[in-house]
Design a protein around this ligand. Structure first.
Ligand code: HEC
Length: 194
């Protein structure tokens, strides 16, 4: 650095007593600068051997395929109806279901299932069917265009079953502010009879 001191090229203008040098950038700096531009172009055009692996696009596809294999999309394999009905009278399962319902469902269906944005879950009328299979399918797959999320995507399988059992157990209860019935009344009378 000090060796090149006498080569400093001073520009001829001066403003308020301030003058400036016009020295070239160091060679090593310029090589890195141009090199990174060339590298970026090769990288953008996905030239294999630039960066790791097969090029960025193939690498990305491989990562996505690996993740898809490791975390398969939840498939609705259908509920075990006998187990759901047993859970709907089992206090431990209902306690879990009630906790899940309070956390994820009460905002739209009210804490007691009477309905807010979502329909009343205590009455005998169902938009998507009131059988254990139908309730399970609605909860698992959701009704996305109507605002009912697909809980199979975000809850654990046990939690889905527990909350479905809890919904089954709400049948015939009397919520504080029931929403008017929506959908079709089920042909079977509710357990309480009416
Ligand atoms: C963001 C609001 C929202 C949340 C949260 C929500 N739901 Fe829903 N739910 C809806 C709406 C809206 C409908 C009505 C869908 C339609 O009109 O087709 C619905 C419908 C349903 C139905 C079908 C009712 C019928 O008459 O067929 C069930 C069962 C149900 N929800 C259960 C649940 C459970 C269990 C949870 C929590 C795990 C939950 N919902 C969370 C909005 C919600």
């Amino acid at each position: 650095m000090s060796a090149s001191h006498d080569e400093d090229r001073l520009l001829q203008h001066e403003y308020d007593g301030i003058q400036e040098y016009d020295n070239p950038m160091p060679r090593w700096w310029l090589y890195i600068f141009w090199g990174s531009i060339v590298w970026a172009a090769l990288f953008w055009f996905n030239v294999p051997g630039i960066g790791v692996g097969e090029g960025r696009i193939a690498d990305y596809d491989a990562s996505v395929a690996a993740a898809a294999a490791e975390f398969p999309q939840p498939v609705n394999t259908g509920p075990d109806v006998a187990a759901l009905l047993a859970m709907s009278t089992d206090p431990a399962a209902l306690a879990t279901g009630k906790t899940v319902f309070a956390a994820y469902c009460s905002a739209c269906h009210a804490a007691d299932g009477g309905g807010v944005i979502g329909p009343n879950l205590t009455d005998n009328s169902w938009i998507h069917g009131g059988s254990p299979e139908a309730i399970y399918t609605t909860v698992h797959d959701g009704v996305l265009d109507k605002g009912m999320p697909a809980w199979g995507q975000s809850l654990k399988p046990d939690e889905v079953s527990a909350v479905v059992a809890y919904v089954i157990s709400l049948q015939g209860t009397t919520p504080a502010a029931p929403k008017a019935a929506e959908g079709i009344a089920a042909t079977d009378p509710p357990p309480s009879g009416s």
